[in-house]
Design a protein around this ligand. Structure first.
Ligand SMILES: [Zn+2]
Length: 66
């Protein structure tokens, strides 16, 4: 599963360990901490843990899953 970093747009490659996961992943491109929740390999929610985001949760999810 790949998600787009909300901070820099880098595609963060997530291992299958993250198919059912809730917590933080770090973008190795810009170092932003993304707070994510996944279920069965699908992204359920995503947000920036470290930086404040003006995106609504829906916008953030849509952007990350693109
Ligand atoms: Zn990034």
């Amino acid at each position: 599963m790949k998600i787009n970093c909300l901070s820099c747009g880098h595609k963060v490659d997530l291992d299958h360990v993250y198919d059912d996961y809730a917590g933080q992943v770090k973008c190795f491109a810009c170092g932003a901490l993304l707070e994510i929740r996944t279920e069965g390999g699908h992204l359920k929610s995503v947000g920036l843990a470290r930086f404040s985001s003006r995106l609504s949760p829906e916008e953030a999810l849509e952007r990350a899953a693109r």
